[in-house]
Design a protein around this ligand. Structure first.
Ligand code: PHE
Length: 463
C-alpha cells in the first residue's frame, strides 16, 4: 500500500493518548477481579510466573499484530482485515475473523456491564458503612441480596451502559481519549494509596510471598492454560478492541514500543492489585482461594474489620469502577464502528441501535442471578450453566482464543513480510524475525492447545 490510509473515525492525539486508552482497555475487571482470584485458585507464585511468560512470549506479539491490522486497515476490524487480505491477494473470507472479534466484544460487554454495575453499587454500599463490623454472613448476604434483586442489578447495569454510550458518542478525541486521561491517573493514584495501606496495615510479606514465591508443585497443566487464556482477556485480544484502537494510531508511532509499554502497565496493575488484595486477605485470616466472590465478599469482610476500612473499601470500588468503565468503552467501540460502516450511518445512530441490542442481551446476564437463575443454556463440563456463564464461556474461552489464533495466522502467514515489517519498522532487526516466528508457530500451537482444552476435547486437569 503506497499511500497510508487516513483513519476514518478519528485519531489519537499522540502516542501517550493511545498508551492511556489501550491501557484503559487492558486494565479492567480482568486485572482487579479475575487475576487475583484465579491466582488464588491456582496456588499463587508459580501461576503468576507462567502468566507473566504468557504475556511476554505470546500476548505482546499478538497484541502487536492486532495494532498492525488496525493501523494498516484503518477501518472497523472486519473491513480492516478484508482490505489487508485484498492487499495480500488472499481470500476475503478472512474478514470473518474480524467479524468474530466484533461479536465477541458485543457478548463480553453484555455481561461486563452487569459486573461493572455490581462494582458501582458497591461504592455506595461500602461508603454507607454497611460492612463496618459486619460478620461474614452479613457480608455474604449483602452480595447475595444485590444479585437476587433484578431491579437493582438492572438499574446499575443500565446506568453503566448509558454512560458508555454517552462517552463513545463523543468520538475518539473528546470521548475515549478525554475519559481515559481522567480515569487512568485516578486509578493509578488510588492503587498506590491502597498499596501503601496494604504495606503498612496488612500482612504484606505474606502477600508478596504468595504472589512471587513459586511453588511448582502447585501448577497443573490446566493452570498453564488458564494463564494463557487470561493473558488474552487481560490484554483485550481477540475482541476487535485493539484493532479498533490501532486504527486511530498515527503512522509515525512505534507499535513495538507502545505495545511493550501497555503490556507492562497492564501487568504492573494486576500485580499491584494482588499486592493490595492478598495482604488484606491474609492479614484478616481469610482464604485466598474464594473464587469470583474474592473481592465482593472476602475483601469486604476485611474492610469491615480494619482501621479506615470504610474509606479504603470505598476507594477500592471506585478504582474497580474506573477500570471497568475504561474497558467498557473499548468493548463498545468495535461494534459501533462496524455498524457505522455496515449501515453507512452516523456514530450517534449506530450507538443508539447497538446500545438497544446490548441492553436486550444484557438482560439475560442481569437476570441470571435471580429470575432466570434456573434457566440453563449450555452444559459445560457436565454442569448446566445459566445465561451469564454461558455467554462468558463462549466469548472469553472460545471466541477470544480463536480470535487470537486468527490474528497470529493472519499476520504470520497471510500478510506479506513486507507489509508487517513496514508497519513495525523493524526490517532487518532480529526482533522482527522473533516476532514473526512467534506468530507463525509458537502462538498458533499454544492457542490451539488452550482452545482444545476449553472446549473439552482434551482435559489437562488432574483426574
Ligand atoms: N481487558 C479487559 C479486562 O481485563 C477486558 C476486555 C476484553 C476489554 C476485551 C476490552 C476488550 O478486564
Amino acid at each position: 500500500m503506497s499511500e497510508p490510509r487516513e483513519s476514518q473515525h478519528g485519531q489519537w492525539s499522540g502516542r501517550w493518548a493511545f498508551v492511556l486508552a489501550a491501557t484503559g482497555s487492558a486494565v479492567g475487571l480482568g486485572n482487579i477481579w479475575k487475576f487475583p482470584y484465579i491466582t488464588g485458585e491456582n496456588g499463587g507464585g508459580a501461576f503468576v510466573l507462567v502468566y507473566l511468560a504468557c504475556i511476554l512470549v505470546i500476548g505482546i506479539p499478538v497484541f502487536m499484530g492486532e495494532i498492525i491490522i488496525g493501523r494498516r486497515g484503518r477501518q472497523s476490524p472486519d473491513l480492516s482485515v478484508r482490505s489487508l487480505a485484498e492487499e495480500a491477494n488472499a481470500p476475503t473470507i478472512w474478514q470473518l475473523g474480524g467479524l468474530m472479534g466484533i461479536l465477541a466484544a458485543f457478548l463480553i460487554l453484555s455481561f461486563y456491564i452487569v459486573v461493572a454495575g455490581w462494582a458501582v453499587s458497591y461504592i455506595f454500599t461500602t461508603a454507607s458503612g454497611t460492612f463496618k463490623g459486619a460478620t461474614p454472613d452479613v457480608v455474604g448476604s449483602t452480595f447475595d441480596g444485590l444479585l437476587a434483586d433484578p431491579k437493582r442489578v438492572l438499574t446499575w447495569s443500565t446506568l453503566v451502559l448509558v454512560f458508555t454510550m454517552f462517552t463513545v458518542s463523543r468520538g475518539v478525541k473528546r470521548g475515549l481519549e478525554r475519559t481515559v486521561s481522567l480515569l487512568m491517573p485516578g486509578l493509578f493514584v488510588i492503587l498506590v494509596l491502597l498499596m501503601g495501606y496494604a504495606m503498612t496495615n496488612g500482612a504484606f510479606m505474606e502477600g508478596v510471598k504468595f504472589l512471587f514465591k513459586p511453588d511448582f508443585s502447585q501448577i497443573t497443566g490446566n493452570g498453564v492454560l488458564v494463564a494463557l487464556g487470561h493473558a488474552f482477556f487481560t490484554l483485550s485480544l481477540g475482541s476487535g478492541a485493539m484493532i479498533a484502537y490501532g486504527s486511530y494510531l498515527g503512522k509515525e508511532i512505534s507499535i513495538t514500543k507502545t505495545c511493550i509499554i501497555v503490556g507492562a502497565a497492564d501487568t504492573v496493575v494486576a500485580l499491584m492489585a494482588g499486592l493490595v488484595i492478598f495482604p488484606i486477605v491474609f492479614g484478616n485470616g481469610l482464604e485466598p482461594g474464594a473464587g469470583p466472590g474474592l473481592i465482593f465478599v472476602t475483601l469486604p469482610i476485611a474492610f469491615g474489620h480494619m482501621p479506615l476500612g470504610t474509606i479504603i473499601g470505598t476507594l477500592f470500588f471506585v478504582m474497580l469502577t474506573f477500570a471497568a468503565f475504561s474497558s467498557a468503552i473499548a468493548l463498545f467501540e468495535p461494534p459501533v464502528v462496524w455498524m457505522m460502516e455496515k449501515f453507512k450511518t452516523t456514530r450517534n445512530n449506530a450507538i443508539l441501535m447497538m446500545g438497544a441490542y446490548l441492553w436486550i442481551v444484557s438482560l439475560g446476564s442481569a437476570l441470571s442471578s435471580n429470575l432466570m437463575s434456573e434457566t440453563h443454556f449450555l452444559t459445560i463440563g457436565g454442569e448446566p450453566k445459566n445465561f451469564f456463564d454461558s455467554v462468558d464461556h463462549i466469548a472469553s474461552n472460545i471466541m477470544m482464543p480463536l480470535g487470537g489464533l486468527f490474528v497470529a495466522l493472519f499476520c504470520g502467514w497471510v500478510m506479506t513480510t513486507k507489509a508487517t515489517s513496514d508497519e513495525l519498522a523493524l526490517e532487518e532487526s532480529p526482533v522482527f524475525a522473533y516476532w514473526q516466528f512467534i506468530l507463525r508457530y509458537v502462538a498458533p500451537i499454544l492457542i490451539t492447545l488452550v482452545f482444545l482444552n476449553v472446549i473439552g476435547i482434551i482435559d489437562l486437569s488432574p483426574a
